[in-house]
Design a protein around this ligand. Structure first.
Ligand SMILES: C[S@@+](CC[C@H](N)C(=O)[O-])C[C@H]1O[C@@H](n2cnc3c(N)ncnc32)[C@H](O)[C@@H]1O
Length: 239
C-alpha cells in the first residue's frame, strides 16, 4: 500500500519514512544532481558514504556533504549494480532531456530492496504550467525581481534550465517506474511552503495566484488540484 502521510512540512514525511526504513542499517547514498545541498536528514542516518554526481562544476565545487563528488551527467553516468541503498534525485528530473535514462541507471545501480526518492515540481499545477511554458530568461527575471536573488542566472546559480519531459508528472512517473520494476512506497503532492511564503510576502501577487488556482480548480471539476505545486515519491526496487 502507498503511504499517505499527514505531516507538518512536506519533507518531514519523507524524513520519517527514511529514518524508520534505515534504522540500525548502514546506508550508501547517491545524490543524483545533488548540487551543493542535501535535503536528507543526514545527521539521523547511519551513513557509510554519500556520492554526488552533478553536471555543474560550481555546484560540485560548493558541495560539502559528499564523500565522492563527480562532475558528470546522471543520464549517462553508470555505477556497478548494487552500489547504493538510497538514491535521491531532488528537484532535478524537470531539468533532464532523458529522465527515463537516468531512472533506468538508478535502477541498475541500486541494491535489491533499495529506494529512490524523487522530488520535483508538478507540471500539472499552476506553477508547473507557468514554468513549463515560459522561457528561461523569464525564470531568471522572476528569481531576480520577485524572489530578490541578485545572482540568479550566474554560473552555478539557479534557476537551472527546465525541460519537463513527459514522465515528470507524478502519474506518468509512477507509471514509468512501476513498469521498470519499482514499487511505489510513498507518494505525496503538496503546495510548496516556499511558494506559500512568497504569496504571504507579496500580498497582491499572492491573492492573484490563490484566486487563479481556485478558479482553475472549479473549472477542473475536481479532476486536478492546480495548487499542488510539488510532489515527493519513494520507489522501492523489489527483489
Ligand atoms: C534545482 S538544482 C537542485 C540541486 C539539489 N538537488 C537541491 O535540491 O538543492 C538542480 C541540479 O541539477 C543539476 N543537473 C541538471 N542536469 C543535470 C544532469 N544531466 N546531470 C547531473 N546533474 C544535473 C544542476 O546542476 C543542479 O545542481
Amino acid at each position: 500500500m502507498v503511504e499517505q502521510p499527514d505531516q507538518s512540512t512536506p519533507l518531514a514525511g519523507v524524513h520519517e519514512f527514511l529514518r524508520k526504513e534505515f534504522k540500525g542499517r548502514n546506508v550508501r547514498i547517491y545524490e543524483a544532481g545533488g548540487g551543493s545541498r542535501s535535503y536528507l536528514p543526514l545527521e539521523d542516518l547511519s551513513i557509510s558514504s554519500v556520492t554526488v554526481v552533478d553536471i555543474d562544476p560550481v555546484q560540485i565545487a560548493d558541495n560539502r556533504y559528499g564523500d565522492q563528488k563527480v562532475l558528470g551527467d546522471i543520464q549517462e553516468y553508470v555505477f556497478p549494480p548494487n552500489s547504493f541503498d538510497l538514491i535521491v534525485c531532488y528537484n532535478v528530473i524537470e531539468h533532464l532531456t532523458s529522465p527515463d535514462k537516468a531512472i533506468e541507471l538508478f535502477y541498475q545501480a541500486l541494491a535489491p530492496g533499495g529506494f529512490v526518492f524523487i522530488g520535483a515540481p508538478n507540471p500539472t499545477s499552476l506553477w508547473g504550467i507557468a514554468a513549463k511554458y515560459t522561457p528561461h530568461w523569464f525564470h531568471v527575471a522572476a528569481y531576480r525581481w520577485i524572489l530578490g536573488r541578485k545572482d540568479a542566472g550566474q554560473p552555478g546559480k539557479g534557476p537551472f534550465p527546465t525541460i519537463y519531459h513527459r514522465i515528470v508528472s507524478p502519474a506518468e512517473l509512477v507509471r514509468f517506474c512501476e513498469k521498470l520494476g519499482f514499487k511505489t512506497i510513498y507518494k505525496q503532492e503538496h503546495s510548496s511552503p516556499n511558494l506559500q511564503n512568497l504569496a504571504d510576502r507579496r500580498r497582491i501577487f499572492g491573492w492573484a495566484i490563490k484566486t487563479s488556482i481556485a478558479v482553475l480548480n472549479v473549472l477542473a471539476l475536481g479532476r486536478n488540484d492546480f495548487g499542488k505545486s510539488d510532489y515527493h515519491v519513494v520507489f522501492k526496487k523489489v527483489m
